[in-house]
Design a protein around this ligand. Structure first.
Ligand code: IPT
Length: 454
C-alpha cells in the first residue's frame, strides 16, 4: 500500500484536546461544513491509496450512530443527530477509488463498563457494526494507548486494566477474520502489521518485516526500541507501518496552523518510511469545519509533486549493460531487475548468499537516488549490501547498508559515474532482487528569507 491517510477527527477536535477525558458533551460535536469528499480528494491527489479514520478515540465518542452507547453523533447537533461520519467517508472513498479503514480505540474513558468483561462485549459489538455496515475495510487499527498503567485522568481513571490479558485479543481478531477476511490488523503486536516504534515519521535503517509476534502485545512499554526494527529471525511476517501527523498534534488545534510540516520535513518522512521498508500512514487533523485545512492540503500536494519529480526518469533504462557475478540461469538473470515487473527477480544458486550486479552506462551519468527491492513473496533475506561507483582509481564505496525488504531508497550526494556495482554482502538465504532504480532528483528549492529593514 505504501502511502495512505489517517484522519483524526472526533470530539477532541471541538474540545481542543489530544486525549479527551470521556466527560465531553455530545452537544459540542458540530462541524459547520463537514465534507468527507474533500478529504478523499486531497488523499487521492496526494497519491494515497486509502483512508483510516478515528471512529472512536479514547474519550469514547462514536462518529457513527452506534446501538452500543448514547455517546455518539446521534446525540449531537450535527445534522440534527441524523449524521454518520463513517457513512460519508465510506461513500467518498468509494467515489475516489480509495480503500477505507477504521481506528477503534480499545481504551474508552466514557463507557461505564470499561474495565469489566461487559465492556469487551460492547467493544466487539462496535467492531461488528463497523465491519458490517460500511463495505470493504482494508485495515483495522488498534492503539497501544489503552488504559494500562502510566496514563492519567479520565472519567473512569480508576479502571486500570492489564493490557496483556484484559482485551482477549485472539477472540476479537476472529470477528475481523470472519467479517472482513481481507482486512489487515494493526497494533504494536500485529498480528498483520506493526507499529514502527515512534510517531516521528521514520522507520529505522535496519527494518525487518519479521517479528517475534507472540512476545509482543499492544502498548507493551519495552516495545520501543526493542522491537522497532523488527527481527531478523522473527517468527511471523508483520511489516512496519509508520504513523505520523502532518502537524505536531494528531487532532486539530488552531494554534498549530503555523506548524504544518514543510516540504523538506515531509520529504525526510517519505524517504525514511517508504524508503526504509515501511508504509506511511500520514495523519490529517481535520478541523472544526470538518475539512482538511488549506495549509495541510497545500503541503501534502507539494510532497506528491516532488516525489513525482524525483522518480520521473529511471536512469536504469539508459544502461548499456547489466551483469552479475553469477545467476541461477534462464528466468533468474540480472537484467530482470530493470524490467519493471515485481514478479521477476535476479537470483543465484541455493548456497550463494553474496553476489553483485554491475550496471554500466554508455556515458558518464549523474545520479543521487538508488532504489532496490527484494522479491518479498519469498521473504526478506538481505542482511547487508553495498553500492559502489566506478572512478578513475577503481571502485569507490558510496553506501554500506543493512536491510532492503519490500523497498529501500538511498538518498545520496549527486555523483557522476560510468558504472555502479551493487553487492549483497550477507543474507539469510540466497538473495532475490526484483527491481532497482537509479534517479537524479532535482534539489529542493527553498525560497530565501528576505529581511526587510534589517
Ligand atoms: C502510542 C501507544 O503507546 C503505542 O503502543 C502505539 O500504539 C502508538 O501509540 C501508535 O502510534 S500512544 C502515543 C501517545 C505514543
Amino acid at each position: 500500500m505504501e502511502f495512505y491517510a489517517f484522519i483524526h477527527f472526533n470530539i477532541n477536535t471541538f474540545s481542543n484536546m489530544e486525549w479527551g477525558l470521556g466527560d465531553e458533551k455530545p452537544e459540542i460535536f458540530n462541524p459547520s461544513e463537514l465534507d468527507a469528499r474533500q478529504w478523499a480528494k486531497v488523499a487521492k491527489e496526494s497519491g494515497m491509496k486509502g483512508i483510516i479514520i478515528t471512529a472512536k478515540h479514547h474519550d469514547g465518542f462514536c462518529l457513527w450512530p452506534t446501538a452500543t452507547t448514547e455517546h455518539s453523533v446521534k446525540n449531537s447537533p450535527w445534522k440534527n443527530g441524523e449524521g454518520d461520519v463513517l457513512r460519508e467517508l465510506a461513500d467518498a472513498c468509494k467515489e475516489y477509488g480509495l480503500k477505507f479503514g477504521v481506528y477503534l480505540s480499545p481504551w474508552d474513558r466514557n463507557n461505564a463498563h470499561y474495565g469489566t468483561p461487559e465492556y469487551i462485549d460492547i467493544f466487539r459489538s462496535q467492531l461488528r457494526e463497523l465491519l458490517t455496515n460500511y463495505g470493504d475495510i482494508f485495515e483495522v487499527w488498534f492503539d497501544g494507548a489503552n488504559g494500562g498503567s502510566g496514563y492519567y485522568g479520565g472519567a473512569n481513571e480508576d479502571r486500570r486494566v492489564d493490557k496483556k490479558t484484559y482485551y482477549d485479543w485472539e477472540n476479537t481478531y476472529k470477528i475481523i477474520r470472519e467479517l472482513q477476511p481481507n482486512a489487515v490488523i494493526f497494533s504494536d503486536a500485529g498480528p498483520d502489521i506493526r507499529w514502527v516504534g515512534n510517531e516521528e515519521g521514520h522507520a529505522y535503517p535496519t527494518t525487518w518485516s519479521n517479528l517475534m509476534r507472540d512476545e509482543v502485545y499492544g502498548g507493551m512499554p519495552e516495545y520501543a526500541p526493542e522491537y522497532s526494527s523488527g527481527q531478523e529471525n522473527g517468527t511471523h511476517w508483520v511489516p512496519a507501518e509508520v504513523d505520523v501527523s502532518i502537524r505536531p498534534g494528531w487532532y486539530y488545534h488552531p494554534y498549530e496552523d503555523h506548524k504544518v510540516k514543510t516540504l523538506p520535513q515531509l520529504l525526510d518522512i517519505y524517504y525514511e518510511s517508504i524508503g526504509r521498508n515501511g508504509s506511511l500512514l500520514l495523519n490529517f487533523p481535520v478541523d472544526q469545519r470538518g475539512l482538511i485545512h488549506e495549509k495541510d492540503a497545500e503541503q501534502v500536494l507539494k510532497l506528491a509533486a516532488k516525489i513525482k519529480e524525483d522518480f520521473a526518469e529511471n536512469l536504469i533504462n539508459n544502461l548499456a549493460s547489466i551483469e552479475s557475478s553469477s545467476d541461477r540461469g534462464h528466468g533468474y538473470t540480472a537484467d530482470l531487475i530493470a524490467d519493471e515487473k515485481p514478479e521477476t527477480y535476479w537470483t543465484m544458486g541455493d548456497e550463494e548468499i553474496s553476489g553483485s550486479i554491475t550496471m554500466t552506462f554508455d556515458e558518464p551519468t549523474a545520479f543521487n537516488r538508488f532504489l532496490v527491492q527484494e522479491y518479498i513473496p519469498l521473504g526478506q533475506r538481505v542482511k547487508a549490501f553495498t553500492l559502489e561507483v566506478k572512478t578513475d582509481q577503481g571502485w569507490e564505496e558510496i553506501a554500506n547498508e543493512t536491510t532492503i525488504g519490500y523497498k529501500r531508497i538511498l538518498r545520496l550526494p549527486e555523483i557522476t559515474t560510468s558504472a555502479l556495482r551493487f553487492t549483497v554482502t550477507d543474507a539469510k538465504s540466497v538473495p532475490l532482487i526484483s527491481e532497482m532504480g537509479i534517479y537524479n532528483a532535482p534539489n529542493v528549492v527553498v525560497a530565501p528569507i528576505v529581511k526587510r529593514n534589517p
